[in-house]
Design a protein around this ligand. Sequence first.
Ligand code: HEM
Length: 460
Amino acid sequence: GPGDPIPQPPEHWIGGNTSDVDPSFFVSSVWSLAATYGPIFRLRLWNRSLLVVSSRELVDEVCDEKRFEKIPTGNLTTLRKLLGSGLFTAFTDEHEWYLAHRILMPAMGPVAVRRMFDQMVDCVSQMILKWDRLGPDHVISGPDDFSRLTFEVIGLTAMNHRFNCFYAEEMPKFCVAMADALIEAGKMANRMALENTLRVFSHRKFHEDVKYMKGVADHIIADRKANPRPDLQDLLNTMLYGKDPVSGEQMTDELIQNELITFLIAGHETTSGTMNFMLLNMLQNPHVLRKCQQEVDEVVGDSVLSLEHLPKLTYVWATLRETLRYLGPIGGFQRHSKRDTVLGGRYKIHPNEVILINLRGLHHNTASYGPDANVFRPERFLNGGWESLPPNAWKPFGTGARGCPGRAIAEQEMIIAWALMLQRFNFELADPSYKLKIKATLTMKPDNFNFKARHRPGKD
Ligand code: HEM
């Protein structure tokens, strides 16, 4: 009944459970602790108390918007130094969140996203051309080229800006600065305040990275103001000229700067991670790769890809959804209860406590996905399998008002990418004995994942 004790690993006399987690790969500790302590457990870290929930029933409850909300704490507090009150790091009751949310949401829905089709094809084509010219023996780094792709797509679709990632040997400086800053932000959140003060060097580097990223955003805004493009309907124009339908208010330059950086970060890391995991899953399950390619051959064949083809690629969609279930780029997301409450009819919860939704735990629940929940099997989402999932059993894009506004963009760009990639290439692992090793920053991706792409005969 209410008041039941919440399972918790034994606390150490200093730092509580701090030494039970790996600060450089927090989520992996969550996975192994969940295996021992079950669908709900508590961790007392030096600076916060955390509840990890992993079962579909508990997650369903925590997704209830009347009782629970997102509050940016932990990692997200540090990230606010970079993203301010941008959408991702804003408090839900913060004025800036409502303003940006109301102005931007209509420009990111499925209808608006259809307008981005040609630009997405443009970016994917650059990648395809590169692979084609480098040839079948060239070793492609998945993390590098898929980051180039998703970064190029978000730059072009959101702000009509070409970073030209495929025309440089080095990764764009923004990507490097961003990756470094995210790693540092993650570490800062798990370090003690005193230690953070002592780390003068990494501190200075973090602020330089932040300054660089703000500079990029400022440049893009200034350029658009100096050279207006009334012909475009991109996110940048929406932010510069859009008015809040409720108050008539417009976004300030500072807020636009925060949103641009937010989009560049949120828009590319996650999507790139998903592309990497999906190709790896397909290469490790060759029948899935074969079926995806067969479907592209049947639906698209040798014709020019069009918007109408996309919803017909049902097996490719199922493979994407299964990838996000099996192991996606995001380990979890945070909720807080709005007031004292009882979870699962048993556990007393206080609003100060961070509740972390453990996505891998949720997505590998046998109650939702059956006894083969640990197997990669896109077929589970076909023939009504997708439609008949219990509520809140699949949450890779977060939940409610704070759920991912970029979902339609990400999904469309990925389906386009797979259609065009599978139409032209056969893929193989560069190292057939490759075993998944996860590289974790704010998001996850397979470390050192390399492959080769061979042009299919007769497919120009
Ligand atoms: C929020 C996942 C792609 C922009 C989120 C959240 C998740 C998520 C889980 C909620 C985070 C939380 O509750 O703390 C993903 C995944 C993606 C993806 C798995 C790709 C496969 C994108 C893209 C964009 C984007 C392409 C931009 C175009 C955002 C923004 C937020 C967000 C701005 C914050 C929204 C708010 O709180 O109002 N995403 N995302 N995401 N995502 Fe995505």
